[in-house]
Design a protein around this ligand. Structure first.
Ligand SMILES: Nc1ncnc2c1ncn2[C@@H]1O[C@H](COP(=O)(O)OP(=O)(O)O)[C@@H](O)[C@H]1O
Ligand SMILES: [Mg+2]
Length: 258
């Protein structure tokens, strides 16, 4: 039976879609059957990140509004990784219950359904919560992101969902060492939830045109996050390691001065 996990955040642009796509890919590499679902109907882009924007025939709206069957809306990226894309459509004609019925229908076909959700606390966010049972909150190590995450956590407390924890994205290990940026423990104690993943600020994500991040630091971090989700425990990537020691000091210097 699939685990239905919502990937959400308080603030936009913190990396929800990137994390949904790359986490899905890494889970599928671990042999899990994964369906990523784009529920960000305003700013849908999961099909682009997953490199299948030319393969979208039917999307979430078509399946929920009865124009196709669920199977027809699944875009196969690999034998174990599929996507249900969305389209830009603010005139949404479906409810949280409709989405729940859809994700329930995917339960036997997949091990994980990862739902990319709109940022914030509006109706799109609330619709998406209804479709899931577990939640990952994506946070960047900034005060604005932390404050907005806190608001989202307040709202999530009213729903029957399990908060798995925070994924801290775009962590600059060099700045953590210098003391200018909050580390994972600080964020965990501020939000009062565990940190289950830490993804470094890494150009390989920013520049990527495929789901393979070619052994980059980000790829290692996503692998650890996938294992953590699968086993319920495990190591969290340490973004400072790359900037420690003699070589690390050089990297710090270059990152901050060149
Ligand atoms: N860890 C990271 N390192 C570098 N760039 C990142 C990272 N995570 C996300 N990005 C970039 O940030 C931008 C916003 O990410 P996106 O996943 O679209 O955010 P959201 O879905 O929350 O709006 C994209 O250009 C993406 O490539
Ligand atoms: Mg997005």
């Amino acid at each position: 039976m699939a685990r239905k996990i919502l990937i959400t955040s308080g603030k936009g642009g913190v990396g929800k879609s990137s994390i949904t796509a790359h986490l899905g890919y890494q889970l599928s590499k671990l042999g899990q059957r994964v369906c990523c679902m784009d529920m960000d109907v305003g700013l849908n882009n999961l099909d682009v990140i997953m490199g299948v924007e030319n393969k979208v025939t039917y999307d979430l709206h078509d399946v929920l509004e009865g124009r196709c069957r669920v199977k027809q809306s699944l875009i196969d990226i690999s034998p174990t990784l599929s996507l249900i894309a969305s389209k830009h459509n603010l005139d949404v004609d479906f409810t949280g219950k409709n989405v729940r019925d859809l994700t329930d229908g995917l339960k036997t076909r997949f091990d994980f359904v990862l739902i990319d959700c709109p940022a914030g606390i509006d109706s799109g966010f609330r619709r998406a919560i209804n479709a899931c049972e577990e939640v990952l909150v994506v946070v960047t190590p900034t005060l604005t992101s932390l404050r907005d995450s806190d608001k989202v956590l307040g709202i999530l407390a009213n729903y029957k969902v399990k908060i798995l924890g925070a994924v801290i994205n775009r962590v600059r290990g060099d700045l953590v060492i210098r003391g200018g940026l909050m580390g994972c423990e600080d964020i965990s104690s501020t939000l009062k939830i565990p940190v289950v993943g830490c993804i470094p600020d890494d150009d390989s994500i920013y520049l990527s045109t495929s789901l393979n991040l070619y052994n980059s630091r980000a790829q290692k971090a996503f692998k650890l996050l996938a294992k953590h989700l699968l086993n319920g425990k495990g190591k969290v990537y340490d973004a400072t390691t790359y900037y420690r020691g003699f070589q690390g000091a050089l990297r710090r210097f270059i990152r901050q001065n060149v």
